[in-house]
Design a protein around this ligand. Sequence first.
Ligand code: ADP
Ligand code: ZN
Ligand code: ZN
Length: 803
Amino acid sequence: MMIAEVIVDVSAYPVDRPFDYFIPEQVEELIECGCRVKVPFGNRNVLGFVVGIKNETDVPLDKIKPIASLLDIEPVLTSEMLQLAKWLKQETICYEIDCLQVMLPSALRAKYEKMVVLQTNVENLDEPLKHYFQKSTKVNYKEFEKNNLLIPLKKALNKKLLSLENVVKQKGQVKEIRKVKVSDNLQLLQEVYDKLSNRAKKQKQLLLWMKQHVGEILEPDFIYKETNCSPQVLQAIIEQGAAEFILEEVYRNPFKKDVKKTDFLTLTEEQKQALHKIVEAMDNRSPETFLLHGVTGSGKTEVYLQAIQHCIQQGKDAIVLVPEISLTPQMTNRFRSRFGELVAVMHSGLSIGEKYDEWRKVHQQKVKVVVGARSAVFAPFENVGLIILDEEHESSYKQEDTPRYHARDVAIWRSKYHHCPVILGSATPSLESYARARKNVYKLLTLKGRALNQPLPTVEIVDMREELKKGNRSMFSEKLTESIRNRLKKKEQIVLFLNRRGYSSFVLCRDCGTVMQCENCDISLTYHRYNEKLKCHYCGYEQFVPTICPECSSDHIRYFGTGTQKVEEELMKLFPEARVLRMDVDTTKQKGAHEEILENFGAGKADILLGTQMIAKGLDFPNITLVGVLSADTSLHLPDFRAAERTFQLLTQVSGRAGRAEKHGEVIIQSYTPEHYAIELAKTQQYEPFYEREMMVRHGAAYPPYYFIALIQVAHEDVLLAAEYANKCAEFLRTHLSFNASIIGPTTAGIVRLQNRYRYQCLIKYKIEPNLIPTFLQLMKIYRTDWIKKGVVLTIDLDPSMI
Ligand code: ADP
Ligand code: ZN
Ligand code: ZN
């Protein structure tokens, strides 16, 4: 009797533990930990993951049901991932199933057709399997299931003769190419040869060659090249039966263009020293975390590239994480140009099918490097030698949904598992990381100069209040206008950046001051010109712009705020001769649009690139000599204790886009609060003074990195019930946590009503609180057993930002 321990996909079940199921005899040989199964739960079948296999159980046998079906005959999760999930659920106070699901591409969470794909010569297969692959290298999995061939199939999979793949069919995306399969019958080849007259010299030559390639599957082009024969000759041979055309599935190619190979650069002294330390840790199998602090343009990426090279030479794999927003083709191409086919790419711009293809390149260990956004930290490499987080300070490394994990923490966990180093790279490290580096928890590596020795750009701050006093009501200061004109004359390129975090174009009634609001949230609606609609960016609610005010019936409705479209219009008026490219959510909706805009700008097809956060990073064009920041302070006034840090990071990033080649760069930052230290210190682009200053602020307010914080949010459609459960929650925390933790609240959340629910929150600050995790787990249990049925939504975030 064999029993599987299964983590089931049931939300709102109070207990987070595996359940026991009998393993039916016919799958005993096939099942492994990490396989997906369907199991009966209550009165339905649910998805589950096998996390253990055993011979005995404490559960009464009549209570145990058998597994309904086995979905995988080779595991989709490695034992490392199963261990990681156990740790991650504690770290993020969520359920194991959530952690298991987040590690997989969505294609494996839904039902897709399964195919068995031939990996080698059909000759290597044993008899029962062989004949299924006579005509094609791809056979439907059902065939084997139907004919009771799963056990031989699994054996062949283990020997890597075959692979098992979920085929995600999307229009025109499963690509098959025509290949030539030389007959595996040597005698037949000889017979055809003998039959031919001596005049068919070319055909005879080809047959002789084919005798050296019996049973092989070859590309037609390869045959033409090797034998100098023409397609007609090959066709003739195929007609004689000595070879045949077959179809073979190929991976969808997420890359639009091939890239040219690039060579290693000779490192600067600083780069060399940094690389040396990293290589040393790799050689010693030492799971150290390095903080690579280097100004923009200091050549951090080149250090990554050479460290990866070393990793590959060690026979190991590398994971490179890049913030979603900077996963531009420019960035990924830098890795592809060095490591070519060995690179897989994972990000949200790929289709489900492409994502799955990239995932299985990793799963089958066909690539050595993954470049991807946050979730690529779960790339199922089995022999990781290096993990890199570029722009480690970026907020997108934190998932704002269950499981609320930070990729940095997962990376460090994996580095310990694999005994390999982690590199955190940034020009403006997060305060947490820099503080750790100062305490020697992380090893600090510094690149002070730019790689090509270019000076940092000159930064000037313009006080916009003075502009108003001068009577300039435009969003362009005199200084910026003049500089733009100057660059246009010199045919140099300009980047204009609109800081739109927490900024929007809203619609307001000029008579009564009513701002059009979302029906479900306490959020003003954002105006979109392209479809003349107002949209809520939190819940997706949409409506047309009203012609009369819903409050006072006035028809004086007006748009406020500055969107990129509005800036574009004003630019056109000021500089009718300028060619402007706009990059924002609206112009980059279509796949590849992002790529195209950058390409056009890089090719000099425009003078000005105007955009939002999207353009802040990765942009590396030599002809950009002016960067203008239209509104530096919009991100300062958000309910976020990291607001100043984020503003400083953003300004430093954008400024770094200027003057990356020989021509000197200039940066103009417009601000209504130029005296704020985040803006003032962005002028010198020096990190340390900002760090010191901001640390003082955090210390005074008892925020990270001095204290840890956790945020518990209680939401309900009924405002009174929301308040009631928030109080219960606070009371529970106060009785269970020690005096080491201070509990603030309940208070209303920054945005009180969101998606039609009222939200309250409790904030916990602590340094060391041993009761914390057990208390949270218990609270979660109460929630899952009882509160959830009453419509309460409870979230626990151990690393929140917006508070
Ligand atoms: P960062 O990632 O720190 O912003 P990059 O890696 O983008 O810096 O480097 C900035 C520029 O300097 C790039 O154009 C890069 O090709 C160039 N570069 C980096 N290292 C070297 C080097 N050792 N020799 C010559 N050029 C270099
Ligand atoms: Zn009104
Ligand atoms: Zn809304």
